[in-house]
Ligand binder design. Structure first.
Ligand SMILES: [Zn+2]
Length: 61
């Protein structure tokens, strides 16, 4: 079992404040993004991220 961080409705995108569905772990800390901003920033963060957790499959719409 790998360790996963769970997101709650209180977790918000660092950019737009929408509910966060993506957790990006960096050497220096953690970033939270909504589905949209996760996608937008993934390429940029890929070289420096330690871990990428995408919870967008939990979005029920
Ligand atoms: Zn966002």
């Amino acid at each position: 079992m790998s360790e996963t961080t769970t997101l709650s409705p209180a977790d918000r995108c660092d950019i737009c404040g929408a509910q966060a569905y993506v957790i990006v772990k960096l050497e220096s800390g953690e970033l939270l993004f909504c589905g949209h901003h996760g996608k937008v920033n993934k390429e940029k963060l890929e070289p420096i991220m330690v871990e990428w957790q995408d919870k967008t499959d939990l979005i029920s719409q």
